[in-house]
Design a protein around this ligand. Structure first.
Ligand SMILES: [Zn+2]
Length: 383
C-alpha cells in the first residue's frame, strides 16, 4: 500500500484518521532498532512468512549497527525513522533539540542507505507517540509523515511473551484491522513473532506492506535540516567516514587515493548545472559509470556537465589530500592528469585570500567554477 505525503498523519492512537485498510489488513511496524541478533531474528521470522514490515529506526542505533539497517532494507522492508536518540519530543522545550532529533534519524538512515534506496521512506514516528500540534507542523514542513499506531502490542511492557500475542490478537479482533506497534529490540517480541505471524495468518489477517509514494522520500531528503548539535554531528561524521571506507574498500573500480576520505556533502548549485565529482582515481584505474560513488544524487551529472576545481594561484601547505576529479571536461579544460587534479584540490583546500575558500569546523570548502560559468558551488571535504 502506497502512503503518500498527502495522506497526512495516520494512526488512531494519535490522530483522527488512519490508513485506508480493508477489514483484515494489518500493517506491522517495529520500533527502536536496529539491534544485533534481535532485528535479524525478526527479519528471519518475517521472511519465513513472506511478509514485509516497516522499521522505525533510531539514529544512534543506525550509527552503531549500519549493517543491520542495510540488511533490513535489502530484504525489502520499509525503513522509517524514529528520531536521533529516542528523545521524547513533546517533553522537550528546545526547538533546536526537536529539530536535530527529527532530522537526525533520517540523516543517519540516509548516510547508510544513500539517498536513492527505495526502502527509505518519509514515515516518522514520535518516541512514545508524544506529539504536539507544533511538532506536527514542523514534521509536515520537513515533508515527513507522522506515523502513529492503531494497535499497541505492549511488547515493551513487563508481560509474558504469550500475553503479547494475546493482546495483539484481541486488539486486532476488536478493530478488525490496523497498524500494529512492536519493537524489534525486545526479546519477548523476537520470541513470539513466528507464532504471532502464524496465528494472524490462521485468523485470516493479511499483512500489508506500506511504501512511500514516488518522489516523497526525495522531497523529505531535500527538506532535511542537518543536525547542528556537536555530539550528533560528530557521530554522523564518524558514520559517514565509516561508510565511505566501506564503499571504497568494497568497490572494485572505485579506489580512493588517500586514507583521508573525501566527501561531497552538499553541492549547492547556483544554476541548473549538474556537477559530477568523485575522489581522484589513480592513473591505473579507469573510471566507470558505476564508479561515480560520490556524485551528489540530488544533482546527478548530465552528460554535458562540466566542472573543474578552481585553482587558486597562491597556496601554502595542503591540508586536504583528497582530490576532485572532473569528468566530461572539454579537452582544453581537462586537467592534464589525475595527480594534477589532486594538486588543485590540495591548493583549493589551503587558505587563500580569494574569499572563496572557507575553513570551518573541520571541513574545507572548495569553490568550483562550472562550465557555464554560473556561480560557485561549495564542496566540503574532510581534512
Ligand atoms: Zn520507540
Amino acid at each position: 500500500m502506497e502512503v503518500p505525503f498527502t495522506q497526512g498523519p495516520v494512526g488512531r492512537a494519535s490522530y483522527r484518521q488512519t490508513l485506508p485498510l480493508e477489514p483484515g489488513e494489518v500493517v506491522l511496524t517495529f520500533d527502536d532498532g536496529p539491534m544485533p541478533r534481535r532485528t535479524p531474528a525478526v527479519l528471519e521470522a518475517l521472511r519465513t512468512e513472506c511478509v514485509k514490515a516497516t522499521f522505525f529506526v533510531v539514529g544512534t542505533m543506525v550509527a552503531e549497527f549500519p549493517d543491520i539497517l542495510r540488511r533490513t532494507a535489502a530484504e525489502g522492508h520499509t525503513i522509517a525513522t524514529h528520531t536521533w536518540s529516542h528523545a521524547y519530543l513533546n517533553r522537550q522545550r528546545s526547538r533546536n533539540v526537536q529539530r536535530d532529533q527529527i532530522n537526525g534519524g533520517l540523516v543517519a538512515a540516509r548516510t547508510v542507505l544513500g539517498q536513492t534506496d527505495p526502502a527509505l521512506s518519509p514515515f516518522f514516528r514520535y518516541p512514545g507517540l508524544g506529539h504536539t500540534r507544533a511538532l506536527d507542523g514542523y514534521v509536515a514542513a520537513q515533508r515527513l509523515i507522522p506515523f502513529s499506531i492503531d494497535v499497541d502490542g505492549d511488547d515493551w511492557r513487563r508481560i509474558t511473551p504469550e500475553q503479547v500475542v494475546e493482546r495483539v490478537l484481541a486488539r486486532l479482533d476488536a478493530r478488525g484491522k490496523g497498524i500494529v506497534l512492536l519493537h524489534d529490540i525486545q526479546p519477548r517480541t523476537v520470541a513470539i513473532l513466528p507464532e504471532l505471524l502464524r496465528r494472524l495468518k490462521a485468523k485470516g489477517y493479511r499483512i500489508v506492506h506500506v511504501v512511500p509514494a514516488a518522489g516523497d522520500t526525495r522531497l523529505a531528503l531535500n527538506a532535511v535540516e542537518e543536525p547542528r548539535a556537536r555530539r550528533i554531528r560528530l557521530a554522523l561524521d564518524r558514520l559517514e567516514t565509516r561508510e565511505f571506507q566501506r564503499v571504497a574498500s568494497a568497490g572494485g573500480s572505485f579506489v580512493p587515493v588517500t586514507t583521508a576520505p573525501a566527501r561531497v556533502v552538499r553541492v549547492a548549485s547556483a544554476g541548473d548545472e549538474a556537477l559530477a565529482l568523485r575522489p581522484a582515481l589513480p592513473d591505473s584505474v579507469t573510471p566507470t559509470p558505476t564508479g561515480h560513488a560520490w556524485v551528489d544524487p540530488v544533482h546527478p551529472p548530465a552528460p554535458a556537465a562540466v566542472a573543474r576545481a578552481e585553482a587558486p594561484s597562491a597556496s601554502s601547505t595542503a591540508p586536504v589530500r583528497p582530490a576532485l576529479a572532473a569528468p566530461n571536461l572539454p579537452a582544453g579544460e581537462r586537467p592534464a592528469t589525475q595527480p594534477a587534479a589532486a594538486t588543485r584540490a590540495d591548493r583549493a583546500g589551503a587558505d587563500t585570500n580569494r574569499g572563496r575558500e572557507t575553513d570551518h569546523a573541520g571541513f574545507v570548502s572548495v569553490s568550483l567554477l562550472t562550465g557555464q560559468g554560473a556561480g560557485f558551488q561549495e564542496i566540503r571535504l574532510r581534512r
